[in-house]
Ligand binder design. Structure first.
Ligand code: ADP
Length: 224
């Protein structure tokens, strides 16, 4: 057969026309429990777009779950715990009585009853002593367990108060770094979570969280 001879530069490589289409890869690596094609909402966003800070009363948040700063008995107390029980009505306490308490650094979930939120995640923060008695790990444990419960219950929105920053005396700046850092680290394995909202009761708490948020996001930028 008589071939047509082309100079090398004109030889057409068919592979150039059959490149596989680029398949977009999720931003998050190794998804676990929640992996699947339907649950990509949160994954498309950076953590800085999935965490929100606001000043307000957490009992008014119409989210899938609000987190409570409870005590080990889970039988109600003052501060945000009192406000949540007040707004949820007596059936919340009835359900809490069936839970057998909760260790410090962990959390348990109930229904939300009369609250606009569907669930309450009761987290038990540490009483602050000196910061060297396991408090940072225990505080991080509250946020980690709350996020794990949110995954188990397939929640999309969750609101946190400043756990341990009231009567339990945790310094705000330190607590804000732990809270935001822990939730940021949990988000990649929680693709269903679209919004994690930190609802800070007063301007001082909001300012501390804003500062910690800026520090965390700029340290992420520097790593790039
Ligand atoms: P803890 O015993 O864990 O310190 P507190 O309830 O005393 O818990 O306080 C935790 C944080 O919750 C404090 O920053 C407090 O100002 C705040 N707080 C109190 N009431 C509310 C509310 N209704 N909504 C949001 N945050 C609240």
């Amino acid at each position: 057969m008589q071939g047509i001879s082309l100079p090398n530069s004109q030889i057409i490589d068919p592979r150039a026309y059959f490149r596989p289409a680029k398949v977009p890869q999720p931003a998050t690596p190794a998804l676990t429990l929640d992996s699947g094609p339907h649950y990509t909402a949160g994954m498309e966003l950076q953590w800085t777009q999935r965490i929100r800070l606001k000043q307000g009363d957490i009992t008014r948040e119409a989210v899938d779950a609000i987190v409570n700063a409870a005590n080990i008995s889970l039988l109600g107390g003052g501060g945000v715990d009192g406000a949540i029980h007040q707004a949820a009505g007596p059936r919340l306490l009835e359900e809490c009585k069936t839970l057998g308490g909760c260790p410090t650094g962990s959390a348990k979930i109930t229904q939300g009853y009369r609250l606009p939120a569907k669930h309450v995640i009761h987290a038990v923060g540490p009483v602050y002593r000196d910061g060297r008695s396991g408090e940072p790990e225990q505080l991080a444990g509250c946020y980690r367990t709350a996020m794990a419960l949110a995954r188990q219950h397939k929640l999309r929105t969750i609101a946190f108060p400043a756990i341990s920053c009231g009567v339990y005396g945790y310094p705000l700046d330190e607590a804000a770094r732990i809270a935001l850092g822990t939730v940021r680290d949990e988000l990649p394995r929680s693709p269903r979570i679209e919004q994690a909202i930190f609802v800070l009761f007063d301007a001082r708490a909001l300012a501390a969280y804003e500062k910690a948020f800026k520090e965390l996001s700029s340290s992420d930028e520097n790593k790039k």
